[in-house]
Write a protein that binds this ligand. Structure first.
Ligand code: MGD
Ligand code: MGD
Ligand code: MO
Length: 809
């Protein structure tokens, strides 16, 4: 979230789109209720189904799955043509005046630089023109036909209300009503927030849908203000912590990236990431990359990380490609992997195309499962009749189950969607032989190191040189790990300009990431967490909920990254002179000598507004981008592409161009492409989702949850039920090109057929919680049906839009 849960209460308009917060985030949703009760906030829900969130909304609009870019592109078009934008904000704080290179173009669904064989772009033309001073050129009058404003206006002029109706199935009047409500927040005195989750991410264009939402918020001046923001409601209790700590295959802690194979030279690796300002007086905070990165390597390799060996840069793996979940199962399926550790992960249930996952697991020599429960994955080799119809005799994979404790049986920190790191204490002792993940992982690591010590190996240095400074090496404490993530001074750290001023003495915990140095004198396992455990102690354990301004920031409750800032880009809540746009929702203000207020400012507290430093300090331009110059793989402006399994078979925006039916820059493995179905054979559009009563595939192991939501069902609208001849309670067979499931039909008024390009499209709703293990009635894994293709940037699977056929069973 750019903002945080409590801040939702400050919104005047709340758009829930691509999520179902009342169902999946019921505790956080109370802040929507607060906003409605105390501010008369208006809640808008845009979803293919009339959801629990929709049931308490002021306005609901139905949309076809996978068509959100058309809807949001339509909103952009509406805001631009009706001049419903926050002028002062966009002119000063976004890239609207920036001039784009001559050789950038967009023709029939493709941007300049496309290579059809590689299915990827050469992005060099997606950039600003540069002046002789090296800075990006701008036209503050916004008249230049190649400025971002003009290009964007032209791009979205095709996204008319008529097109929205034809492609999304949302009636024009409903769409325009949503536009009007959102547009009401373009004035400085009103704030609007967007809450989203998987209804946006689980698409082959998921990242671009989110970008389009962010563009709407920028036009309205809704980023960086109280009650505004782009708010990703995250999933597992610590999934925010997972990405913060770089547990994606291409990431390092603090959103740094692993080097690619070609990046053998450390200085070049840093130079590429430590971007220099593109406009005068801008901060471009990533220019400190070397300090963050060196400190990170010092934390991993300690005294073995020296200036002479580039602090251990050679020890870091260099990637030949991304090793996301889809890639890993593809490699496994090709027999290129022999072993796999699934820690708190149930891929047979959770990953797309179950048949492929099962076949891949069967090609392994060994599989380790670290989990408190007996998951489907740990018994993928066993026959469970129609639910897992395999022949155990043909599967040779050796499976090891290592029982773990779960979060309530441990102490440590969790990071919420709000970026708040909150310490929690152990509530119970784990049963039986269970051990904590920390203890199991440490045990594995020590034994791997011993094997390298005793038997050698190809390149043992990264393992043998790693520092392991814990009091009990077999079981480091959560406190030790947390202190390591924060980081400490390895020598006295002095002020950058006044070297006589000591900021942190050797051995002390650091106070914040501004103290990190690139000379090896500091260590920090995760630079954005620096400040969470200082000399003053564990900041995450703080429990003072005082809120002097009433805005809800509670700066002394736990600790938020970065720097305990609760609302990112909060400088944008003030005009150029430092005066808040909205005096009733003040976050910070310039008082003549300093930035003060209810939040931690985005930059130095005494940085005067006259210096012209802009709010978006991580971008080298200092402003937010409508034109994503080095961002996403599909292009700098989001464009609609159909889901890989499309009910139409063509892209209505480019009906003649077969190359752009679906995302032209998405990676598709040949066997996965062969497994796609077509609308001729599978006429219905399906989507998968959650229910409050269950958490994924684990609460079906808990008796109370199994009682309140005992049996698998499929939601279909009354119209479709009539079409296929079933009534509520009948069993239906739902098939895709990858398999079928059979479940009870729940016939509902909450899903209606949509008219798309003159054709009736039915939506089928598939709750995802069932499987063949646990106490609930056994059911089919819903991912039997889903296709294996991911978002072009994140590789998050397209779970939310694919084709099926519904029949009476
Ligand atoms: N009770 C409970 N809570 C949970 C979880 C759980 O399993 N149980 N899981 C947690 C996890 S890990 C996560 S990631 C979050 C997920 O939180 P959410 O994303 O809110 O959950 P979902 O139910 O998967 O999907 C949300 C909505 O997206 C809609 N949708 C589908 N396709 C589209 C589309 O193309 N456009 C639009 N606009 N909407 C679409 C669906 O109809 C559904 O209502 O929930 C978390 N909270
Ligand atoms: N079709 C479809 N598929 C989906 C989705 C969808 O919307 N549609 N949603 C996707 C999303 S957003 C998610 S997050 C995934 C979820 O996919 P998974 O994460 O694989 O699903 P969970 O059932 O949450 O599995 C987590 C496991 O962690 C175990 N566990 C709990 N606490 C601990 C612990 O402290 N240590 C260890 N080692 N294990 C622990 C639980 O017992 C459980 O078995 O599913 C994805 N799959
Ligand atoms: Mo999730």
């Amino acid at each position: 979230m750019t903002n945080h849960w409590v801040d939702i209460k400050n919104a005047d308009v709340i758009l829930v789109m691509g999520g179902n917060a009342a169902e999946a985030h019921p505790c956080g949703f109370k802040w929507v209720t607060e906003a409605k009760a105390h501010r008369k906030a208006r809640l808008i829900v845009v979803d293919p189904r009339f959801t629990r969130t929709a049931s308490v909304a002021d306005y609901y609009a139905q949309i076809r799955t996978g068509s959100d870019i058309v809807f949001l592109g339509g909103v952009i078009n509406y805001l631009l043509t009706n001049d419903k934008i926050q002028h002062e904000y966009v002119k000063n704080y976004t890239d609207m005046p920036f001039i784009v290179r001559e050789d950038f173009s967009f023709t029939d669904g493709l941007y300049s630089g496309y290579n059809a064989d590689k299915r990827s772009y050469d992005k060099s033309s997606w950039d600003y023109e540069r002046g002789d001073d090296g800075f990006a050129k701008i036209d503050p009058t916004l008249q230049n036909p190649r400025c971002v404003y003009q290009l964007m206006k032209q791009h979205y002029s095709r996204y008319t209300p008529e097109q929205v109706e034809k492609i999304c199935g949302t009636p024009k009047e409903k769409f325009l009503k949503v536009c009007e409500m959102l547009a009401s927040t373009a004035v400085p005195g009103r704030a609007g927030t967007i809450l989203y989750a998987l209804g946006w991410t689980h698409h082959s264009v998921g990242s671009q849908i989110i970008r389009t939402g962010a563009m709407v918020q920028l036009l309205l001046g809704n980023i960086g203000i109280a009650g505004g923001g782009m708010n990703a409601l995250r999933g597992h209790s610590n999934i925010q912590g997972l990405t913060d700590l770089g547990l994606m295959s291409n990431l390092l802690p603090g959103y740094m990236t692993l080097p690619m194979e070609a990046e053998q030279d450390y200085d070049a690796f840093i130079a590429k990431r430590a971007t220099q300002p593109l406009r005068p007086n801008q901060l471009s905070y990533w220019r400190n990359y070397r300090a963050f990165h060196v400190s990170f390597m010092k934390s991993w390799w300690g005294d073995n990380a020296t200036a002479e060996n580039n602090f251990g840069y050679d020890y870091l793996p260099k990637l030949d490609k991304s090793y996301d979940m889809l890639q890993v199962f593809e490699l496994m399926n090709q027999g290129k992997m022999t072993g796999y550790i699934a820690q708190g992960f149930n891929p047979l249930a959770a990953a797309p195309n179950k048949a492929k996952i099962g076949a891949s697991l069967a090609r392994l020599k060994w599989l380790v499962i670290m989990d408190p429960l007996a998951t489907e994955t740990s018994e993928f080799w066993k026959n469970f009749g129609e639910f897992n119809d395999v022949d155990p005799a043909s599967i040779q994979t050796e499976v090891f189950r290592l029982p773990t404790t779960c979060f309530a049986e441990e102490r440590g920190s969790l990071v919420s969607s709000s970026r708040v790191l909150q310490w929690h204490w152990q509530g119970a002792v784990g049963p039986g032989e269970s051990k904590s993940d920390l203890e199991i992982m440490s045990g594995l690591w020590l034994r791997i190191r011993r094997a390298y010590q005793e038997k050698g190996g190809k390149y043992p240095d990264p393992i043998l040189k790693m520092s392991w400074p814990y009091s009990d090496p077999e079981s480091p404490t959560p406190e030790e790990i947390a202190m390591e993530f924060n980081g400490k001074a390895l020598a006295d750290v002095t002020d950058a300009t006044d070297k006589t001023k000591v900021l942190a003495k050797k051995g002390e915990q650091l106070a914040g990431f501004a103290q990190l140095r690139d000379d090896g004198s500091t260590a920090s396992g995760c630079w954005i967490f620096c400040g969470s455990w200082t000399q003053a102690g564990n900041q995450m354990g703080r429990r003072d909920n005082s809120d002097p301004t009433g805005i809800g920031n509670t700066l002394n409750w736990a600790w938020a990254w970065p720097a305990n800032r609760r609302i990112l880009y909060n400088r944008a809540s003030c005009d150029v002179s430092g005066k808040p746009f909205d005096s009733t929702r003040k976050l910070i203000a310039w008082n003549g000598t300093a930035w003060t207020g209810a939040d931690v400012p985005d930059f130095k507290i005494d940085e005067p507004p006259e210096n012209g430093m802009n709010p978006f300090i991580m971008n080298p331009e200092g402003v937010a981008r409508f034109f994503s110059r080095d961002g996403l793989v599909e292009g700098p402006f989001p464009e609609h592409y159909e889901p890989f399994e499309t009910p139409l078979g063509y892209n209505p925006l480019h009906p003649e161009n077969k190359a752009v039916v679906s995302n032209p820059a998405a990676r598709v493995f040949p066997d996965d492409r062969a497994a796609f179905g077509t609308h001729e054979n599978f006429p219905h559009t399906a989507t998968t989702y959650r229910l409050t009563e269950h958490f994924h595939y684990w609460t079906k192991h808990a008796r109370l949850n199994a009682i309140i939501q005992p049996q698998q069902f499929v939601e279909i609208g009354e119209d479709l039920a009539k079409e296929v001849g079933v009534v509520a309670g009948d069993r239906v067979k739902v098939s895709s090109n990858r398999g079928h499931i059979i479940a009870v039909a729940l016939v509902t008024k909450r899903i209606k057929p949509l008219m798309i390009e003159g054709k009736k499209v039915q939506t089928v709703g598939l709750p995802l919680h069932w499987g063949f293990k646990g106490l609930a009635k056994p059911g089919y894994l819903v991912n039997t049906l889903t296709p294996s293709v991911g978002d072009g940037n994140s590789q998050t699977p397209e779970f939310k839009s694919f084709l099926v056929k519904v029949e009476k069973a």
